[in-house]
Design a protein around this ligand. Structure first.
Ligand SMILES: *[C@@H]1O[C@H](CO)[C@@H](O)[C@H](O)[C@H]1NC(C)=O
Ligand SMILES: *[C@@H]1O[C@H](CO)[C@@H](O)[C@H](O)[C@H]1NC(C)=O
Ligand SMILES: *[C@@H]1O[C@H](CO)[C@@H](O)[C@H](O)[C@H]1NC(C)=O
Ligand SMILES: *[C@@H]1O[C@H](CO)[C@@H](O)[C@H](O)[C@H]1NC(C)=O
Ligand SMILES: [Ca+2]
Ligand SMILES: [Ca+2]
Length: 328
C-alpha cells in the first residue's frame, strides 16, 4: 500500500516537473502568427506545401528570417511526424551531405548529425546523386536522401527575438551584467549592450575590464596623475587610486590638494624644491659676490682716485680722442 503510494507520488512529481519545464520553455518566447512553437529546439517552425528544390526552399526560409529546419531530437521528430500525418508530401529539412558524401550535417553544424531517423535502406545516395534530406518517407515516418533538385514541400525554422536580458540562438545567453542601464539590456541577436558599458568595463559585450590606467563608464576616464606609484594605477570601476595618493593630494581620486600640501613633499616634489632652493642659493651667492666686489672696488677708488666713475669715463674719452686724432 505504502509502496504503491510512493510510486504514485513519484510519477506525479515527475509529471509535474515535466509540465513545469515545458511551461517554462513555452513561456519564454512566442512565435509569429502561423508559426508553431517547437519547444525542443526553442524555435518556431512552419510547414510550406509549395513545391521547391532544396536550394529554393532554403532561400525562401532565409528570406523569412530563418533557415530550413533542424530536428534536434526524437521528440521534435515525432512531433513533426504527427503534424505532417495528413500532408501527402515528402518534405525538405536542413540536413545534407553536399560537403562530404555520406556525412550528413545540419546547416548550423560542422559535425555529422547526432540524431537521425533514416528509413529502410537510407541514405543510399541513389545513382550517386542524393545529398538532401526529406522527412515523411515510408509510412510518413522516416527520412530519406533525395536529389536536391527535386521539388518538395519544406519546413522553415526561425528563432524568436529574444528579450528580457537575453540574446543568441534560442535566447540562451544573458546580457552582461556590466551593460549600462538599470536593466542591462542588450541587442537580442548579438548581445551588444544597448547603452554601452557600465563603469569599469569595455568591449561589445562589456565583459572586459578597463585597460590599466583607465576607469569609469565606457572606460573613458583616466586615473589621476597624483595616484601613487609609477603607473598611477587606479580601480577600474571607481577610479580609487590603487596605492593611495602622492603626498600633497587626497580624496579617493587623489585630485584634492591637502590643506597642508606645502608642508609635506613627495619624492618628486622634494627634488624640485631642492632644485629651486639651490638655484636661489646660487643666485643669492652670485649677487652677494657681485655686490661685495663692486663695493670693494668702489671703496678703493673713493679712497685713492675720486671720483671713480667720472675718471674712468674721462680716461676712456681721452683714449678715444687720442686714437681719432692719431688716425687723421
Ligand atoms: C519578459 O518577461 C515578461 C514577464 O516575465 C513577459 O511578460 C514578457 O513577454 C517578456 N518579454 C519578452 C520579449 O520575452
Ligand atoms: C549588433 O547588431 C546591431 C544591430 O544590427 C549592430 O548595430 C551592431 O553593430 C552589432 N554589433 C556587433 C558587435 O556586431
Ligand atoms: C564618457 O562617457 C560619458 C557617457 O557615457 C560621456 O558623457 C562623456 O562625454 C565621455 N567622456 C569622454 C572623455 O569621452
Ligand atoms: C572603489 O572600489 C573598490 C573595490 O570595490 C573599493 O575597495 C573602494 O572602497 C571603492 N572606492 C569608493 C570611493 O567607493
Ligand atoms: Ca549523398
Ligand atoms: Ca535515397
Amino acid at each position: 500500500m505504502a509502496s504503491s503510494q510512493i510510486k504514485l507520488f513519484t510519477v506525479a512529481s515527475v509529471i509535474m516537473v515535466w509540465i513545469a519545464l515545458e511551461m517554462d520553455v513555452t513561456r519564454a518566447y512566442s512565435c509569429d502568427k502561423d508559426w508553431l512553437k517547437s519547444v525542443e529546439s526553442k524555435s518556431c517552425v512552419k510547414y510550406f506545401p509549395e513545391m521547391k528544390t532544396w536550394y529554393e526552399a532554403r532561400s525562401f526560409c532565409q528570406a523569412n528570417g530563418g533557415d530550413l529546419v533542424k530536428i534536434v531530437n526524437y521528440r521534435m521528430n515525432d512531433r513533426l511526424y504527427r503534424f505532417l500525418t495528413n500532408k501527402y508530401q515528402q518534405i525538405y529539412v536542413g540536413l545534407h551531405d553536399a560537403t562530404t558524401e555520406g556525412k550528413f550535417k545540419w546547416l548550423d553544424e560542422t559535425e555529422e548529425a547526432f540524431f537521425t531517423d533514416w528509413g529502410k535502406n537510407s541514405p543510399d545516395n541513389y545513382q550517386s546523386g542524393e545529398d538532401c534530406t526529406v522527412i515523411g518517407y515510408y509510412s510518413r515516418k522516416s527520412w530519406n536522401d533525395v536529389p536536391c533538385e527535386h521539388d518538395n514541400g519544406f519546413i522553415c525554422e526561425k528563432f524568436p527575438e529574444c528579450g528580457n536580458g537575453t540574446f543568441g540562438q534560442s535566447c540562451s545567453e544573458a546580457c552582461s551584467e556590466h551593460c549600462a542601464g538599470a536593466d542591462n539590456s542588450c541587442h537580442p541577436v548579438n548581445g551588444t549592450c544597448d547603452l554601452g558599458c557600465g563603469s569599469g568595463y569595455q568591449g561589445d559585450l562589456c565583459t572586459q575590464e578597463c585597460d590599466k590606467g583607465t576607469y569609469g563608464r565606457d572606460c573613458n576616464e583616466t586615473c589621476s596623475t597624483h595616484c601613487a606609484g609609477t603607473d598611477n594605477s587606479c580601480h577600474h570601476v571607481n577610479g580609487t587610486c590603487d596605492l593611495g595618493c602622492d603626498a600633497g593630494y587626497e580624496g579617493h581620486l587623489c585630485t584634492k590638494v591637502t590643506a597642508d600640501g606645502h608642508a609635506e613633499h613627495s619624492k618628486t616634489d622634494n627634488s624640485e624644491a631642492n632644485k629651486a632652493l639651490m638655484f636661489a642659493l646660487v643666485f643669492v651667492g652670485v649677487a652677494v659676490a657681485i655686490i661685495f666686489v663692486v663695493g670693494v672696488l668702489m671703496c678703493r677708488h673713493r679712497r685713492f682716485q675720486l671720483p671713480f666713475i667720472y675718471n674712468t669715463f674721462r680716461d676712456e674719452g681721452i683714449i678715444k680722442f687720442s686714437a681719432q686724432t692719431s688716425g687723421d
